[in-house]
Write a protein that binds this ligand. Sequence first.
Ligand code: DGT
Ligand code: MG
Length: 367
Amino acid sequence: QIDEAEVVAFSVPSYACLRRTTLDNHNPVLTDALSLLAENAELSDEDGRGVAFRRAAAVLKALPEPVTGVTQLRGLPCLGGHSLRVIRDILENGASSEVEFTKQSERFKALKVLTDIFGVGAKTAERWIRDGIHSLHQLQESGQTLNRAQQAGLEHYDDLKQPVTKAEADAIGEIVEEAVVSVLPGAQITLIGGFRRGKLTGHDVDFLITHPEEGREVGLMPKVVSWLESQGFLLYQKTTRNSYLEAKDGPARPASNMDRFERCFSIFKLVTDEGPKPASGHRRWRAVRVDLVVSPISQFAFALLGWTGSKLFERELRRWAGHEKAMSLSSHALYDNKQGRYLKATSEEEIFTYLGLEYIPPSERNA
Ligand code: DGT
Ligand code: MG
């Protein structure tokens, strides 16, 4: 017999940036289900619903043990009626009919396959589906014009679907480091994104590049890219000037520094085997998505915090800053609306302090 007092009730703060979320997820079946519904909503231009499911999944990721009954969830934040229905379905019937239905639906499958192509977003996939294109084969037969990114994405589709390992990320890191210090001695690179949070695999590898002397990083990206290209490491690349535009970003994006923040989306050619020449039909390299970001040292802490993720953790940090502290946080700066000024920081810890938050290390930002 279960004593009422023995029923574990969990308590979790509602902002993900107030929680410590490790990779040790005790409820993967539930969080996978909610993440799938989030993904379906995002692919269907229903961002509000997407965020709601992401928040619900993140709350379950923060629980110290598996959920066995919905009564344990009483009082937990971010669990709306819809998410609770899905959770109850899984706990009581072993599966959620909505999740199973979504997974099987032609529309979701087509959206997944098409947006898994590098360079293809939900809008493009949607248009193609309306034209009757549901598969890679149909896309190739359709005569649709593809841009350069999409052509590269299609060409390397199978490789880019394979998770990138930490070992591969480190191997790429060494090459990028060599490129960076060759073109600008003293420049530094940092592994960011999921790998910085301790993930063992990722969909891409993200690096942040800076130089300890303000201004020396200007013009660095094209030089790094040329170096990598000349050595045959890039299968595709597109460099953009600071294209990350958040509508609400406002004053947190200092106009004077905008042109200093550069990003390169690339497909990297990683040699996987240095051994003897492989049998014909086999190759000794694989394609890997690599993102490079250059930041001036004055913005480095903000860039580091902003690019380490997880995406939900970032979103929650910005929400906390805006709603609870009247500040606007971006990957460039922190602006205090009450004081009417930017707050300088040289470390992530300082930014958490400004925000009145306990410091959460990267390995605990896996919301
Ligand atoms: P992954 O690569 O799927 O294993 O997981 P993550 O967490 O590395 O995700 P990814 O690579 O999409 O993005 C890395 C982090 O960088 C992400 O957690 C949030 C942030 N991020 C992504 N895209 C942008 C962007 O356009 N601008 C800024 N400021 N941050 C971004
Ligand atoms: Mg990543």
